[in-house]
Design a binder for this molecule. Structure first.
Ligand code: BES
Ligand code: ZN
Ligand code: ZN
Length: 506
């Protein structure tokens, strides 16, 4: 979607529809005076609908009123109850974009003052509106012939109220656009089907980032064997599409010296391996690469937004299948760190590939911090549902900082504890650690504790995104409207926010 900014009132900008934000009023609240000019154009129809309580400004309420001057329509978008936040506006704009789909409406203008409503800073509102419209209109259509039209162009009208802030708002919009490009790219990657998106394909997508000034290195199976990455090799051994480890580096700018490593689980398809999964819903396991895709998207955003810190992204990519070379329960594999893993369940493959990538990141880059992001456990989905990711780690400050960033971007995180009991539970009788523990309790914590064994003393946080990585059809209506069916790119906006170090906790 093309996003533009205009000093004029949205009403003065020619478009197929003018979007007007409307907050929920109190019991006898009046229609906000800011809507008087529009109400005049429709002969008081907005006021009458408000008085009749057909229009109430509720979250996700969208009302279309055709203009008497035949210049298109007004779309009244509910902002929900006050206080308004970035999230209220993101949800409202996304709901509007979705509801305008298939109506032949190609251009919209957005009346910014009706969205800021005197309480949201204009720059925050511009970003949230840009995100809502863009993310809410996204659909994965690469392989579909017939599609509905979506809004193609949105002009944010500053009007008299915000006209004076034009310069700073233009910058805010330009930055948002760059970030959103990275988010949409991430969604396209994560949505790609597993017959196309093999480990080598993911590596090739990473290589396109060299155009943006990022350094990219791809390790094939031969190089992985030389390095001693027995975990990635074991998981990938059941597939004809061999595994890859990919390192993407953003050298950073002003705050040179600080290095943040971000590690992603890139299982291009997770059948479970010999410990095979049930058939129902198995197609969803193409999203098991979502963590790695989020790492790529974050590195792209870090480059185009010129993040001050050095960022190293590492993708652990493999396909977990059942070919004759497949690893089996009972196998013991030696990982990059030298630590050995007893494989007790081939479906707990994410932690096995990450063990190599985490240890490699620590050994080669000595990062100040390391964050991994992975669709690691069904237990995360059970515990926190589809809209919240779990965060565990060995560093409270880092974990809390990530929670704050997630609150700002609408990518919610909840902290869970790791204890010595869990550390005892991952120990194996025949190897250093085992990848799955019976009985299967505290799945998120067991996954986290396993990973902890491979980061040494480095401050580390692990995001288990098995819930929010993708939106499922059955529960789509409970997801925020800016999360469409399929990949959400969860983590990209959050991690970018963290790297840019400007967490605006609204
Ligand atoms: N990729 C799955 C986790 C998953 C489940 C992601 C649902 C997204 C939605 C992971 O590899 C897995 O299968 N984990 C096992 C671990 C267990 C065997 C210890 C699980 O969660 O059952
Ligand atoms: Zn698995
Ligand atoms: Zn998996």
């Amino acid at each position: 979607m093309k996003l533009l900014l205009d000093r004029r009132e949205a009403l003065q900008v020619a478009s197929d529809a003018v979007l007007l934000g409307l907050a929920e009023g109190g019991k006898d609240a009046m229609l906000p005076p800011a809507l008087a000019p529009e109400d005049k154009v429709v002969g008081g129809a907005i006021e009458r609908a408000w008085a009749a309580k057909e229009l109430r400004g509720k979250r996700r309420e969208v009302t279309i009123v055709h203009r008497s001057d035949r210049a298109g329509r007004f779309v009244l978008v509910g902002l929900g109850a006050r206080p308004l936040t970035a999230e209220s506006l993101r949800v409202a704009a996304a709901e509007a974009a979705k509801r305008l789909r298939g109506k032949g409406i190609r251009t919209v203008s957005v009346a910014l003052p009706t969205f800021t409503a005197g309480e949201v800073p204009a720059a925050v509102a511009v970003q949230a509106i840009a995100e809502g419209l863009t993310l809410g209109s996204y659909q994965y259509l690469q392989y579909k012939a017939n599609n509905e039209t979506s809004v193609e162009e949105a002009t944010i009208g500053l009007g008299r109220v915000h006209g004076g802030e034009e310069g700073s708002l233009k910058r805010a919009l330009a930055e948002s656009t760059k970030l959103l490009d990275a988010v949409l790219w991430t969604r396209d990657l994560a949505n790609a089907p597993p017959n196309i998106a093999t480990p080598a394909w993911l590596a090739a997508q990473a290589e396109t980032l060299t155009d943006l000034g990022l350094k990219v290195a791809v390790f094939d199976e031969k190089k992985l064997a030389e390095l001693g990455c027995g975990g990635i090799l074991a998981v990938g051994s059941g597939s004809r599409h061999p595994p890859r480890m990919v390192v993407v580096e953003w050298p950073g700018g002003s705050r040179k010296g600080r290095t943040v490593a971000i590690v992603g689980k890139g299982i291009t398809f997770d059948s479970g391996g010999i410990s095979i999964k049930a058939a129902l819903g198995m197609q969803e396991m193409k999203f098991d690469k979502a963590g790695a895709c989020a790492v790529l998207g974050t590195l792209r955003a870090a480059a185009v937004l010129k993040a001050p810190t050095r960022v190293v992204g590492i993708l652990a990519c493999a396909e977990n299948l059942v070919g004759e070379g497949a690893y089996r329960p009972g196998d013991i594999v030696r990982t990059y760190s030298g630590k050995t893993i007893e494989v007790t369940n081939t479906d707990a493959e994410g932690r096995v590939v990450l063990s190599d990538a985490l240890a490699y990141a620590v050994d080669k880059y000595h990062p100040d911090e390391i964050i991994d992001i992975a669709t690691l456990t069904g237990a995360a989905l059970t515990a926190l549902g589809e809209n919240i990711a779990a965060v565990v780690g060995n560093n409270e400050r880092l974990e809390n900082a990530l929670v704050v960033c997630g609150t700002a971007t609408g990518e919610l995180l909840w902290r869970l504890p790791l204890t010595d009991t869990h550390r005892e539970m991952v120990r194996s009788d025949v190897a250093d650690v085992k990848n799955s523990v019976e009985p299967k309790i505290a799945g998120v914590l067991m996954g986290g504790t396993f990973l902890e064994q491979f980061v040494g003393e480095t401050p580390w946080a692990h995001l288990d995104i098995a819930g929010p990585a993708y939106a499922r059809l059955g529960t789509l209506k409970y997801c925020p409207p800016y999360q469409p069916l399929g990949a959400t790119a969860f983590g990209v906006r959050l991690l970018t926010e963290y790297l840019l170090g400007e967490s605006v906790a609204l």
